[in-house]
Design a protein around this ligand. Structure first.
Ligand code: ALL
Length: 324
């Protein structure tokens, strides 16, 4: 290792410099186009592939403005790997990180570290936890939907097809994701308003297989179950498979969230009643546009709410759902 001459820098001066970076968003000076890293969750989930494709198409159309590094993890719950990805992007000295955190709490620290190093951080899709942000004195703009509103929307549509007192179950996303918690609350709002009875609420950790196991057990335990409310479409697919195996697809309604292509087919077949489109293809694009603004030193933009739309089996050409 070479000998290095180390100049003593008063810690106060360092602190002022670091604070200046946080407040003004100073950047590591790199010649040429800015490099923006998109850090997603599981690329095994079609939702994130759609997000990646949308981001790539945007970069292609704006190739003169920035370069894109798109990354994701393999497993919905591999939070450590996502933290590693952020570290790698820091090591590559990207100008901005646009991130959909797999865990609203555990990923805050590394993003705060990136911000202290002068990298712009934009939070998309799943909001960071407000208390952890306050604790780390970090602030990142958030671009994404109101998840409670989205799940209430699809829950209310379901409630119109149920009777007060009907037993229903919620399959939640990962408990450490803020959007999973919000979707559960939105489902509960809708079921409460309709007078339905939530007999069970368990996590399927966003995964098809896990939801499949949970729903298989649930329908044995609650033979009169009338509906399964899933916090994403991957889990709705698992729920439908469990109902099919038990010969119950015509007795139990299923709703999801994301509007992935496999679910669009099941909507048409009447096997899934409804889902929510949160425009995955545009979510990262909005985040990238924010990052570009911040890089050009136009300040930190305010949070932006993105749309959620109800997608139902009543779409043109679709078969009506079976009467319950
Ligand atoms: C969330 C997304 C999707 C997705 C889930 C799984 O953040 O909003 O609904 O299915 O992640 O990781």
């Amino acid at each position: 290792m070479k000998n290095r001459i180390v100049f003593p820098i008063p810690s106060l001066a360092l602190g002022v410099l670091a604070l200046g970076c946080v407040l003004t968003g100073c950047q590591p000076k790199s010649p040429g186009k800015p490099r923006i890293a998109l850090v997603m969750k599981s690329l095994a989930n079609e939702f994130f592939l759609t997000m990646e494709n949308g981001a790539r198409a945007h970069q292609k159309a704006h190739a003169a403005e920035y370069d894109l590094l798109a990354n994701g993890i393999k497993d919905e719950l591999d939070v450590a790997r996502q933290i590693d990805l952020v570290e790698q992007m820091m090591a590559q000295k990207v100008n901005a990180i646009v991130i959909a955190p797999a865990d609203s709490k555990a990923v805050v620290s590394v993003c705060a570290k990136a911000q202290e190093a002068g990298i712009m951080v934009v939070n998309i899709d799943n909001r960071f936890d407000a208390a952890v942000l306050a604790d780390k004195q970090a602030r990142f703009p958030f671009v994404g939907p109101d998840n409670r509103k989205g799940s209430r929307l699809v829950g209310e549509y379901l409630a119109k097809r149920l009777k007060p007192g009907d037993p229903v179950a919620i399959i939640e996303g990962a408990p450490n994701a803020f959007n999973a918690v919000q979707r559960k609350l939105g489902f509960e709002d809708a079921m409460k308003a309709g007078g339905m009875k939530v007999v069970s609420s368990q996590s399927g950790y966003w995964e098809t297989d896990k939801a499949n196991q949970v729903v298989a057990a649930l329908i044995t335990e609650h033979p009169g179950l009338k509906a399964v409310l899933c916090a994403n479409d991957s889990m709705a697919l698992g729920a439908v498979a469990a109902l099919r195996a038990a010969g119950k697809t015509d007795q139990v309604l299923v709703i999801g969230y994301d509007n992935i292509s496999a679910v669009q087919q099941l909507l048409k077949e009447g096997k899934i009643l409804a889902t929510v489109d949160q425009h995955a293809d545009q979510l990262a694009v909005f985040g990238i546009q924010y990052a570009l603004q911040m890089i050009q030193n136009k300040g930190t933009p305010a949070d932006q709410e993105t749309p959620v739309d109800l997608m139902t089996a009543d779409a043109p050409g679709a078969k009506p759902p079976p009467a319950k």
